[in-house]
Design a binder for this molecule. Sequence first.
Ligand code: AMP
Length: 116
Amino acid sequence: MATDTLFGRIIRGEIPSDKVFEDDDVLAFRDIHPAAPTHILVNPKARANATIDAATPEDAARHGKLLLTAAQIARDHGFAQDGYRLVINTHDDGGQTVYHLHVHLLAGRQLTWPPG
Ligand code: AMP
């Protein structure tokens, strides 16, 4: 489990965020250093793993909901047609800096491949 991370503190309301979506399970807010015109971080609120690598079969439904919610947020922001990218950075080589599992939603420009 992720313990006391920056995103845990945002979820608990101890640090402000630019919130775009919230329900019982998920909090999504804008990235403070956007890498695209729209850059949203989609977070599980409770019992979040530190990384996707730490997930177990018991997490399947919660993490499935996380991805479905990210896709719904993309639709709600009008990106279903032009497209977008969902990213889960994992550990050092993956570029992860906050060890509270989260999905990046990047949209609003042509994204290149491979990523840097
Ligand atoms: P990652 O590197 O995949 O762990 O993603 C962490 C992301 O959190 C980075 O893209 C940062 O720009 C972003 N970030 C750091 N601090 C904040 C904050 N206070 N509010 C919103 N996003 C943040």
